[in-house]
Design a protein around this ligand. Structure first.
Ligand SMILES: [Zn+2]
Length: 386
């Protein structure tokens, strides 16, 4: 199958993160198997989602070293979006291919899969690996399972290219992401009897304002890194629920906040400030009203920042092959799985077809010209391993 046929196949699977991805994974596994390439699957706890890792050995059978081409298989929901055509049917208009995941990031996977026969025919001295993950869009949940599996099996690689949509620019650094859910537990009472209650919404609001103060502090005082579109660590509360009736003091309130840290800033240090405020000020105050008051904070998702060196071998190689000019390497605010690969000791950069601005929205698309640039790039990457 060529790139377009692969993209059509991949987009045809509704791999919204809440769904299983096994249909897609099995299709890829079978297609690779038909070419003599064995896949290794690592599963989620429920057994309905899997990562796929496959090695295209070097000519002499060597499976260690070489480069990993990595991408996630899940996509964000289309709920509430108005599309001009069915999001799960690849549709061409004006040189663009529309479909959920066309840019983020089934386009890159399609290019990589379509080139497997060519990769296999090359007399390479080093292997190439394909790494497809599940549940990236809900906080990089699948990739750590795959990386643990690679470690357990002793698989090594010299570098990795995560094909998130960068417009085929080379991204050497991105922020980390950390998502927390906070549950504030007070005491319910009839709203006319305020001294008997402990108002969970009001105390949650205090904490949210404190989190906002922290955000303002980073905005106003740094640290800064000018190459990012938002050049400081951002902190924001994005979801809240609480209360049951207009005349009842709310017992519970729950909210979700995130911070996106610059590389070099420890997420633990940021979170410690939130926890210190809860411990030293908020909880003592709540407990004066109700001894059983509680504030529980749980980390839902976390992906480390990426900070690869522009001088690293993989950065130099990808930059040369992708036709980027020296000094053009970029830093971006969105998080990817690259930070996890990097943390696992595999030098990693991000470079893929399409643009992040076209992702996650209605009428997501990838331009055919972007796919062609990626085809040329991956062909050269394969040849660099000869
Ligand atoms: Zn993505």
């Amino acid at each position: 199958m060529d790139t377009r046929a692969w993209l059509q196949t991949l987009v045809g699977f509704d791999t919204t993160s809440r769904n299983a991805n096994m249909g897609l994974i099995e299709t890829v596994r079978d297609a690779l198997s038909a070419q003599g390439v064995q896949s290794h699957l690592s599963y989620n706890v429920g057994g309905n989602k899997a990562n796929l890792f496959a090695t295209l050995p070097a000519q002499d059978g060597q499976t260690q070293g070489g480069i990993i081409l990595s991408g996630h298989t899940d996509v964000v929901p289309v709920d509430g979006q108005t599309w001009q055509s069915d999001p799960f049917t690849l549709t061409e208009r004006d040189g663009k291919l529309y479909g959920r995941g066309a840019a983020d990031m089934k386009g890159y996977l399609a290019v990589a899969l379509a080139q497997v026969p060519a990769f296999l025919a090359m007399p390479r001295s080093k292997p190439l690996h394909l790494a497809l993950s599940y549940d990236e869009e809900v906080g990089c949940v699948g990739a750590p399972v795959m990386l643990a599996d690679l470690k357990a099996r002793g698989v090594r690689a010299d570098g990795c290219v995560v094909g998130e949509p960068t417009g085929m620019r080379v991204v050497v650094a991105h922020k980390g992401i950390n998502v927390f859910t906070c549950k504030v537990h007070g005491r319910a009472a009839h709203s006319s009897l305020t001294p008997q209650g402990c108002n969970a919404i009001e105390y949650a609001a205090r904490l949210i304002c404190r989190i906002r103060d922290l955000a303002d502090q980073y905005r106003d005082h740094g640290p800064y890194e000018a190459l990012y579109d938002v050049p400081y660590t951002s902190v924001t509360t994005n979801l809240i629920q609480g209360g049951i009736a207009v005349n009842t003091i709310p017992q519970d309130c729950q909210f979700t906040y995130e911070f996106r840290n610059l590389p070099g800033m420890s997420p633990e240090t940021i979170q410690a400030q939130v926890e210190a405020y809860v411990r030293d000020e908020l909880l003592p105050r709540m407990r004066r009203e109700f001894e059983g008051a509680a504030v529980d904070i749980r980390c839902d998702a976390r992906a480390p920042a990426l900070e690869a060196s522009e001088q690293a071998a993989i950065s130099q190689l990808v930059q040369a092959l992708a036709g980027a000019r020296a000094g053009e390497a970029a830093k971006v605010a969105y998080a990817t799985e690259a930070g996890l690969f990097h943390q696992a000791g595999i030098p990693t950069v991000v470079c893929g077809p399409g643009h992040i601005e076209q992702a996650h929205k209605a009428d997501e698309y990838v331009a055919i010209e972007q796919l062609q640039r990626c085809e040329a790039f991956l062909a050269k990457l394969g040849q660099s391993l000869i």
